[in-house]
Design a protein around this ligand. Structure first.
Ligand code: SAH
Length: 202
C-alpha cells in the first residue's frame, strides 16, 4: 500500500520539499504581522470565497494525489525536461515569494487590508514588479503543474488563482489609490518607465 503512494516518487518528494518551504514562509510572516493593527479592511464575501477556493487548489488536491488513489484517473506522465523546468519555476517562485514578504514587511496582509502606519513599498522586488507576490503564485501554479503528474492536482492553481488575481488586483490597486493617492499612482506609473534617468546614466 505504502509503496504505491505517489509521494514516494522522487519528483513528488522534490515538490513536497518546496511545498514545506512555501508554507513555512507564509507561516513565519503570518506570525510576524499578526499583531499589526489594521486601519482599513476590504474583506468582503467574494474575497473570502476566493481565499477559500485557493485551499483545495494549493493544499488539498496535492495531498489527495500524494496519499490516496482518489485522483489516479487523472494521472499522466511528464518528460524529464518539463520536470526540470518545473524545478526551476519552483525555486524562482520560492525566492520571489520570500523576497516580496521581506520587502513588504509589516505592510503585508494575506488579504485586502491597510495597516496602521502602512507605507508604500517601492524598493527591493517592488522596484521592478508591481505585484511580485502574485507573480510568485503564478510561478508556483506553473511549478505545481510541471511537477505533479496529475491533471487535477497539478493544474488546479492556475485557473483558481487567475480568478482571484483578475478580481482582486483592481480592488487592491483601488484601495492603495484611495489611501495613498498620487504617491501610489506615481509608483504605478514609474514602473512603466523603468529606463534609467539621465542622472543614473551618469
Ligand atoms: N499585490 C502585492 C501584495 C500582495 S499582499 C504583490 O503581489 O506583491 C496584499 C496587501 O499588500 C494589500 O492589501 C496591500 O495593502 C498591500 N500592498 C500591495 N502593494 C503594496 C505596495 N507596493 N506597498 C505597500 N503595500 C502594498
Amino acid at each position: 500500500m505504502l509503496r504505491q503512494m505517489n509521494i514516494l516518487h522522487p519528483w513528488n518528494l522534490v515538490f513536497l520539499i518546496g511545498f514545506v518551504v512555501y508554507f513555512s514562509i507564509r507561516h513565519t510572516f503570518i506570525k510576524r504581522t499578526r499583531d499589526v493593527p489594521k486601519a482599513d479592511s476590504r474583506i468582503d464575501r467574494l474575497e473570502k470565497f476566493l481565499l477559500f477556493l485557493m485551499v483545495p487548489a494549493i493544499l488539498v488536491l496535492p495531498f489527495l494525489y500524494w496519499f490516496t488513489p482518489l485522483l489516479s484517473f487523472a494521472d499522466y506522465s511528464l518528460p524529464l525536461p518539463v520536470l526540470l523546468a518545473g524545478l526551476v519555476a519552483m525555486i524562482a517562485s520560492l525566492w520571489l515569494f520570500w523576497r516580496s514578504h521581506v520587502d513588504l514587511g509589516d505592510n503585508w496582509s494575506v488579504s485586502l487590508e491597510i495597516s496602521e502606519g502602512h507605507q508604500i513599498v517601492s524598493n527591493g522586488v517592488y522596484r521592478s514588479i508591481r505585484h511580485p507576490m502574485y507573480a510568485s503564485i503564478w510561478l508556483w501554479g506553473l511549478a505545481q503543474g510541471m511537477l505533479l503528474e496529475n491533471w487535477l492536482a497539478g493544474w488546479a492553481v492556475i485557473p483558481v488563482f487567475a480568478l482571484m488575481y483578475f478580481l482582486r488586483t483592481p480592488k487592491e490597486e483601488k484601495l492603495m489609490c484611495e489611501h495613498f493617492g498620487d504617491s501610489y499612482r506615481q509608483y504605478m506609473n514609474c514602473l512603466l518607465y523603468t529606463s534609467p534617468s539621465p542622472r543614473d546614466r551618469g
